[in-house]
Design a protein around this ligand. Structure first.
Ligand code: SAM
Length: 245
């Protein structure tokens, strides 16, 4: 049978694509794309003419079966999302699972992801981090997740849509107290804008009109107890905390 290639594509700047991804996208029999119109722009930039089919949230079951059939017939298929790495807050994981269950080889061609791009530019500790993707939209589940994150000692990475960003920053301040954080907007694009400060400072900066563009939030973890370098629960210094004990 054929191979399923997971191909990372640019998150903004079209130059952020590997030579291997360009070659494989040109060589495979079929490219499954989250939005074929979007991927066509990338194809025309790199003069790629491979057949495209859509694979997205709403057709993933039926189209997933079709892609697996093609792979079993010996065709090589590449999967791309609109931006970044397929499967990371994007469709892909289910297709990979389906392919693996049938013994189809799966290989990943690494490249851009907003997750690592934001982390590396944040200035926050990178030795241990946790990726939360998008917070749940429903209030109850969201509050539960925020409470969990408040206790997290690793650096936290969240994806957020611009219209929710001001509200989310407010909720994060309420749940976590004030912490160092970074809002990374439009990464790799012409208007890339990385703001570093505390959650409360970022909340101030983004009150009012919802900002434009795509955002990643990176938030410092809660200092481990006994660390003594920073605040203890987001509000108290270690000295204040000890006095309360
Ligand atoms: N698969 C993608 C990846 O590997 O990064 C993520 C797809 S997810 C549907 C889209 C979210 O990623 C956006 O809402 C935003 O949080 C983040 N994102 C994607 N491109 C970005 C960029 N250029 N700058 C900042 N955030 C970005």
């Amino acid at each position: 049978c054929g191979t399923l290639y997971l191909c990372a594509t640019p998150i903004g700047n079209l130059e952020d694509i590997t030579l291997r991804v360009i070659r494989v996208l040109g060589e495979v029999d079929l490219v499954a794309a989250e939005d074929t119109r979007h991927t066509r722009k990338l194809f025309s930039h790199y003069d790629i003419h491979t057949a495209l089919t859509s694979y997205h949230e709403h057709n993933r079951q039926a189209k997933g079966r079709y892609i697996i059939e093609q792979l079993l017939l010996g065709k090589n298929v590449a999967l791309v999302s609109d931006a970044g790495t397929p499967g990371i807050s994007d469709p892909g994981a289910e297709l990979v699972q389906g392919a693996l269950e049938r013994g189809i080889p799966v290989t990943s061609l690494p490249g851009p992801s907003a997750l690592l791009t934001a982390l590396t530019v944040s200035g926050l500790p990178l030795d241990r981090f946790v990726f939360e993707g998008f917070l749940p939209a429903k209030n109850k589940e969201r509050r539960r997740r925020l409470a969990e994150l408040a206790r997290e000692t690793r650096t936290v990475v969240l994806y957020e849509s611009p219209h929710r960003l001001p509200k989310t920053l407010g909720e994060l301040v309420d749940a976590m107290g004030d912490r160092r954080a970074c809002a990374a907007r439009e990464l790799t694009k012409l208007h890339e804008d990385v703001r570093r400060g505390t959650l409360a400072q970022l909340r101030e900066q983004f009150t009012g009109e919802p900002p434009r563009g795509e955002f990643v939030l990176v938030i410092e973890g809660r200092p481990a107890e006994g660390d003594g370098t920073n605040t203890v629960d987001g509000n108290l210094t270690p000295e204040e905390y000890v006095r309360l004990l």
